[in-house]
Design a protein around this ligand. Structure first.
Ligand code: XIL
Length: 443
């Protein structure tokens, strides 16, 4: 039995193989259907597992006052492996009086995350909003120094425990100006952002340092261009910046742009990681689910898009709960948007098929014998599909289930036969052990 594997599905392949080893002598094609389902489940049955298949994280915002809600922590622990404090590390929370720091609630979140094996995004060291009263009333050199002291003290407190810090949040204006946002911090001088980044680097040299903003998703928008130009300038002058966070709060007035992967790709090409940091999408049903899928596909299409975080667990936890923008409903049930997100992540390693139409297909190696092996396919995005399967070398079709297959060697075509979106084939190897390729198109 060969144990050569394509990399991105190694975990599920190994599980399928060990089952196949046990079951090899008694398997019939009817049994194979059950095995195919097992292997598809192993393909990433949680958001964190599915994202991890391509080396990415999947995170959520966590509120310290919800850590006693067991439904909330059960979902959060199961689905996510990155945690952002929703409010507890902001300026008003961590320095309520000047030079009197309070890390109680931030520490509760870090401690919950670390004891459950999760990483932490720090949010946020410098921002015009949610400032403590004393800071709101400051200006000039005194404010600049207070801001730098805040960055230093907070980043030092959490030193070594933060995956990425949002060093500066929301420093650019909306609209067509491409200007900096007016704020007390901005009025201390245009170099306040780079000063904050340098202070953060000195305090915690191992954290990735991010600039984070919203309305920076559409490549053609002035605000996107302005942030891009700042990052390019920082990179060219050696200002320490490692990543750009895209908050990704979407609604009908600010929809997911069709050029999102272009935006992410162009920023990544500057030599920074990109992260989707606060994702939520107003809406419901298929329309909302398709937008979530679009975001996943955009991130998966960019190698340096290293992870996605949603801004809360259940709709009822959201800062804009009326928009029902998250992946779990108020009762903790998975929404359609969850299924589309999971499927897109599972398809990401080999079946993203960008440009192939509105559907994706995941290919999984299943049971294997000396002369033949099973391959299962899971289609997502439509129930009207055609999957084109490119066999390798001398491979030929022995058997199939749950789809109509035409052809026996070279290129096979699979279409639905009334048995849903998961199907499988058995291939004779004839010397070729590699997985076939597959592309999905809607019909
Ligand atoms: C929001 C929190 O979710 C709310 O609980 C709080 O009242 C206001 O801030 N952009 C950000 C986040 O960077 O910090 C904001 O979080 C949402 C918008």
């Amino acid at each position: 039995m060969t144990r050569t594997r394509t990399s991105q599905h190694s975990r599920r392949s190994l599980r399928a193989i060990s089952f196949g080893t046990l079951a090899a002598v008694v398997l019939t094609s009817a049994v194979s259907v059950g095995v195919a389902a097992t292997s598809a489940q192993a393909a990433g049955s949680t958001l964190q597992a599915a994202a991890a298949e391509s080396g990415r994280y999947f995170g959520t915002a966590i509120a310290a006052n919800k850590l006693s809600d067991s439904q909330y922590t059960t979902i959060a622990n199961r689905e996510f492996n990155m945690v952002t404090a929703e409010n507890e590390m902001k300026l008003d929370a961590t320095e309520p009086n000047q030079n009197q720091f309070n890390f109680t609630n931030g520490d509760r979140i870090v401690s919950w995350a670390r004891s459950n094996g999760k990483q932490v995004r720090g949010h946020t060291l410098a921002w015009h909003s949610q400032q403590p009263g004393w800071m709101q009333n400051m200006s000039g050199t005194a404010l600049r120094n207070a801001m730098l002291n805040h960055v230093t003290q907070v980043a030092t407190h959490y030193r070594g425990q933060i995956h990425s810090w949002d060093v500066v949040n929301e420093a650019f204006a909306d609209g067509s100006s491409g200007a900096r946002r007016d704020s007390n911090l901005q009025r201390t001088g245009n170099d306040w952002i780079e000063a904050a980044f340098r202070a953060a680097r000195a305090a915690d040299p191992n954290a990735k340092l991010c600039y984070n903003d919203y309305n920076t998703d559409n490549w053609s928008h002035a605000k996107t261009q302005a942030v891009y130009n700042m990052v390019r300038d920082f990179k060219s002058r050696g200002v320490p910046i490692d990543c750009v966070g895209f908050q990704a709060h979407f609604n009908s007035g600010n929809p997911v742009p069709s050029n999102y992967h272009t935006t992410l790709g162009n920023f990544a090409a500057l030599g920074v990681d990109v992260q989707i940091t606060e994702l939520d999408i107003a809406g419901s049903g298929t329309s909302q689910a398709e937008q979530y899928r679009g975001i996943m596909q955009a991130c998966l299409a960019v190698a340096r898009c290293t992870g996605v975080s949603v801004w809360g667990v259940r709709d009822s936890d959201s800062w804009r709960a009326g928009d029902t923008p998250l992946l779990f409903d108020g009762n903790g049930n998975k929404k359609l948007a969850y299924n589309y997100t999971l499927d897109a992540l599972n398809a990401g390693g080999n079946g993203g098929n960008p440009g192939a139409g509105d559907c994706t297909v995941t290919v999984t190696r299943a049971e294997e014998w000396n002369d033949r092996f099973n391959v299962t396919f899971a289609v997502s995005g439509t129930s009207s599909w055609r999957v084109s399967i490119g066999l390798q070398g001398g491979q030929s079709l022995q058997n199939s289930w749950n789809a109509a297959i035409s052809g026996t060697s070279g290129t096979l075509t699979a279409t639905p036969n009334g048995n849903g979106n998961s199907f499988g084939i058995t291939l004779y190897k004839n010397g070729s052990t590699g997985l076939p390729s597959a592309t999905c198109s809607t019909t």
